[in-house]
Design a protein around this ligand. Structure first.
Ligand SMILES: Cc1cc2nc3c(=O)[nH]c(=O)nc-3n(C[C@H](O)[C@H](O)[C@H](O)COP(=O)(O)OP(=O)(O)OC[C@H]3O[C@@H](n4cnc5c(N)ncnc54)[C@H](O)[C@@H]3O)c2cc1C
Length: 458
């Protein structure tokens, strides 16, 4: 438990009691994210809570909070909107939850298409503001409406738009990041160019992101379209053809085998019994051509219409990426998921082998993505009918054995989650910026305080 002296110090730093929260129910709520998505993490993380939540308004306040916590060896876990699904924002060792929801300003959309934001800015708001200026997000998670920019950089990877523009960490989408360090005298450090990779996807373990520079894409007038096919093979072939065809301007190509569409209750009228579906966001100028191509390939079009923004219904992206898992879990609690990367040259054989070994314990939900080399590759967030942890691990091992990459969403550390960098730059930054290991402790397991370059700090 925190001592009263620290709480009093936090109150005096913020000069506003309402931004230092100690009410147990609120602290508990702001200590959780979507870790319960994983039956494995649910067991590990239930009951983990911080001691106090503080809500700073700017980097200067964060510097003062971190200085106070550093001097008393108090852990600090940064929180955006808490939509992460690896328990990334769950404090393992109590302490302070640094909730950045109030640092939500979009400072500017620059004429060359770069957005400058505070970390708590909602991605959905940024998309709306960017579109007003003729731009749009290059990629965003399906939690776009709620998720924050800082949380996306700290814990996300990609989503809608990735088929056209790659993942968040690719193609210099993140131009610069400003962080506050966890040192005796916390500094504000700007990371530009390649140096952003020291901070990206480090789960708030090596600095608190206080300002971001994000490159945008030119806005496109989009349409939504659902195509239905009798077999998953036919749906997959067609989706691959559109995803890989350079002539198609698309933002989303998602393929589901039956019975996954049966879980989408609000849009069930667009999910004909037994059919595999593809959800597209396609340039409006190409929508009619896409429909004709789907019909020629033996499909039907249960739905198509103009895209009118994130508040419209139906919003097809609400059923894609990791939202698919959410709909499945609502239908049947036993479902969980994996995050996979298939080999574009062997994907059909890999899927055949998985089906042969695990039958319908694994259901195919594919997401096409542009990789860092510019190639369109089939990613997947397959649904897994969970029985035991051993069986889940068996699936993960088998995937890896047959060349399917797995970013394991059932582990609670940066290294295990699949986006840890082989050049160790995130770890090296932690050694520099958080020598005592107080930022989100326990989440970067290769870090040991004694190996820190600032080891002299006590
Ligand atoms: C239904 C569902 C669908 C999802 N779909 C996608 C998807 O399509 N693509 C995808 O990439 N993710 C997806 N996610 C995961 C998550 O929603 C996104 O990654 C989202 O961008 C996280 O933002 P957040 O503000 O909620 O972050 P949080 O959950 O609050 O934080 C995520 C991590 O970042 C750290 N962090 C937060 N703010 C900062 C900061 N200012 N400085 C340093 N570290 C910080 C936190 O400590 C934590 O480790 C999904 C999750 C759910 C539940």
């Amino acid at each position: 438990m925190l001592n009263e002296t620290l709480i009093a110090e936090l109150r005096s730093i913020l000069g506003d009691d309402s931004r230092v929260i100690t009410e147990p129910q609120v602290v508990e709520q702001l200590s959780k994210d979507f870790y319960w998505y994983s039956p494995v993490l649910r067991k590990q993380l239930d009951g983990k809570v911080g001691d106090v939540v503080v809500q700073p308004l700017d980097a200067a306040e964060i510097q003062k909070i971190l200085r106070a916590c550093f001097s008393q060896n108090i852990p600090v876990t940064v929180r955006g909107a808490g939509t992460g699904n690896y328990g990334q924002a769950v404090p393992l060792q109590g302490g302070v939850v640094l909730d950045l929801a109030r640092m939500d300003r979009i400072e500017s959309i620059q004429p060359q298409g770069v957005a400058i934001c505070q970390p708590g800015a909602r991605l959905g708001m940024l998309e709306v503001e960017a579109r007003k200026a003729g731009w749009e997000l290059r990629c965003y998670p399906s939690t776009v409406v709620k998720a924050s920019v800082g949380g996306f950089l700290g814990g996300g990877s990609g989503g809608i738009g990735t088929v056209a523009n790659g993942n968040l960490r690719d193609f210099q989408t993140v131009r610069a990041i400003e962080v506050v360090t966890m040192e005796p005298e916390p500094r504000i450090v700007l990371h530009e160019g390649e140096a952003v990779h020291e901070i990206l996807h480090a789960w708030g373990t090596n600095g608190v992101i206080t300002r971001t520079w994000l490159a945008l894409a030119r806005a496109v007038d989009w349409s939504q379209c659902v195509a239905a096919f009798d077999t998953f093979d036919a749906a997959f072939d067609f989706s691959e053809q559109i995803a890989c065809g350079k002539e198609w301007t698309k933002r989303l190509v998602t393929t589901f085998e039956w019975p996954i569409p049966s879980f989408f209750t609000p849009i069930i009228k667009y999910a004909p019994e037994g059919k595999s579906l593809i959800f597209f966001l396609i340039a409006s100028t190409q929508c009619a051509a896409l429909e004709s191509a789907a019909l020629a390939a033996g499909g039907t079009i249960p739905y198509s219409g103009a895209y009118a923004g994130l508040n419209m219904r139906p919003l097809l992206s609400d059923y894609t990426w990791n939202h698919t898992t959410l709909w499945a879990m609502r239908a049947e609690e036993a479902y969980t998921y994996l995050q996979c990367g298939f080999d574009p040259d062997a994907v059909r054989d890999q899927m055949r082998r998985l089906r042969g070994k695990f039958g319908f314990e694994i259901l195919f939900h594919m997401e096409f993505m542009k990789n860092a080399a510019g190639r369109i590759v089939p990613g997947a967030i397959p649904l897994i009918y969970y029985t035991t942890e051993e069986r889940l691990n068996e699936m993960i091992y088998f995937c890896r054995e047959i060349g399917v990459f797995v970013a394991n969403p059932h582990v609670n550390n940066v290294e295990g989650g699949g986006r840890y960098r082989a050049d160790n730059v995130q770890l090296l930054a932690k050694q520099r910026y958080d020598p005592k290991g107080l930022l989100n402790p326990g989440k970067m397991i290769t870090f040991h305080p004694e190996s820190s370059t600032a080891g002299a700090v006590k």
